[in-house]
Write a protein that binds this ligand. Structure first.
Ligand SMILES: *Cc1c(COP(=O)(O)O)cnc(C)c1O
Length: 422
């Protein structure tokens, strides 16, 4: 029996203060509880995290760092930020941590700002093959202010080819090599990236936004102890508030801290930092290791069900929390069509390009799903049969709104066994 967690989130003061926002939030909570959340970058946070996030720490200005602030009255704010830092250090075996970045993209901006000059060359994975916009895409600051030489995945295996990446690095001579991705379903060989970076004299960096929870729990290799700089969001598998942090070797501490403030940001969001500290405490508990291991077990079990349903998975499966489905090749439907059909069935995923996609990012060949949120709700391998069945039924009935509405009712019934917020 899954442990039932019931968190009170009744917003009784807001109900009186602002009925419109109250109603939208209550409807959103209902949507989250009555649907199957498969977006791999999403999760459900605890009531402790929510309370810290909604706390009076939002009232305070605290530009600077603990013990060195530009405003008075930071005695207790320093306690909060120091706890967040110390817990993050312990969680990832980090020498230095900056918990002030406002989100994943600004964290990456600070990393680049600290380590590179405008126009410098760096390497990251192509967006269409699993990289993030901030890993050098031309529409993003990262591709405009720096020169990005993107690497890709192998055409046959759809996995990283470390020899090809090394060859490209020897030619491009980048100042920084970035690993860590947004839509890559396989384990990353971080040691190979350290070797390649050393071979070309590049800073060895990672953005572990998606897999941070798995790294902290030892379910995926953790690059922090031997990489130069590692950024991460805190709201994906790490299951904290929507935010980020930067971890680095002591040698880079001063540069990173100066890049975040005063380089790019003003006052840190200490209410979010408080919520991060709470999430890090939760992630240090032994139960978080079980949670992270279960995410991967569920993901592998779900992949098996989907393959049995005749769906082609990019790279043939998964090693982590996410799965990329080539719906165009499998079912002659586009990612956009399937995202929409599943939404009507109360199943949430996102359209996503697949490697060497013949279609466009706005209407690609694939969808991306993952198990962090449903695992938080207490689902186990046995439930992946039902989840896979719902996905498959939704895809088969993509053009039948009445049938999709029926599935939505079944999904709602199924979700009742996994309550989370009351
Ligand atoms: C999600 C993600 C980000 C961006 O995080 P935001 O908080 O949305 O800015 C950066 N890098 C990777 C690899 C991500 O997956």
């Amino acid at each position: 029996m899954a442990k039932k967690i019931l968190f009170e989130t009744d917003l009784k003061f807001l109900k009186k203060a602002d009925e419109e926002i109250y109603n939208a939030l209550i409807s959103e909570k209902q949507r989250q509880m009555e649907g199957i959340e498969l977006i791999p970058s999403e999760n459900l946070v605890s009531q402790g995290v929510l309370e810290a996030l909604g706390s009076i720490a939002t009232n305070k200005y605290s530009e600077g760092y603990p013990g060195k602030r530009y405003y008075g009255g930071n005695e207790f704010i320093d306690v909060i930020e120091n706890l967040a830092i110390e817990r993050a250090k312990k969680l990832f075996t980090a020498e230095h941590v900056n918990v002030q970045p406002l989100s994943g993209s600004p964290a990456n901006m600070a990393m680049y700002y600290a380590l590179m000059e405008l126009g410098d060359v760096f390497m990251g994975l192509k967006l269409t093959e699993g990289g993030h916009l901030t890993h050098g895409h031309p529409v993003n600051f990262s591709g405009r202010q720096y020169k990005c030489v993107s690497y890709g995945v192998d055409k046959t295996t759809e996995m990283l080819d470390y020899d090809a990446i090394k060859k490209l690095a020897l030619e491009a001579k980048p100042k920084l090599i970035l690993s860590g991705y947004t839509a890559y379903p396989r384990a990353i060989d971080f040691k190979a990236f350290r070797e390649i970076s050393d071979a070309v004299g590049a800073y060895c960096c990672a953005d572990i936004a998606h897999i941070a929870g798995l790294c902290a729990a030892g379910v995926h290799e953790n690059p922090v102890p031997y990489f130069d700089v590692v950024t991460t969001t805190t709201h994906k598998t790490l299951r904290g508030p929507r935010s980020a942090m930067i971890m680095c070797k002591n040698a880079f501490a001063e540069k990173i801290d100066k890049a975040v403030f005063p380089g790019l940001q003003g006052g840190p969001h200490e209410h979010v930092i408080a919520a991060k500290a709470v999430a890090f405490k939760e992630a240090l508990e032994p139960s978080f290791r079980d949670y992270a291991a279960q995410i991967v077990k569920n993901s592998k079990a779900l992949a098996d069900v989907l393959i049995a349903k005749g769906l082609r998975l990019v790279s043939g499966g998964t090693d982590n929390h996410l799965i990329l489905i080539d719906v165009f090749k499998s079912k002659s439907l586009t990612g956009k069509q399937v995202e929409h059909a599943l939404e009507l069935a109360g199943i949430y995923c996102n359209k996503n390009t697949i490697p060497f996609d013949s279609r466009t990012p706005w209407d690609p060949s694939g969808i991306r799903i993952g198990t962090p949120a449903i695992t938080t709700r207490g689902m186990k391998e046995t439930h992946m049969k039902e989840v896979g069945e719902f996905i498959s039924k939704g895809i088969e009935n993509a053009s039948d709104p009445a049938k999709l509405a029926e599935i939505k009712a079944e999904v709602k019934e199924f979700c009742k066994a996994f309550p989370f917020y009351k």
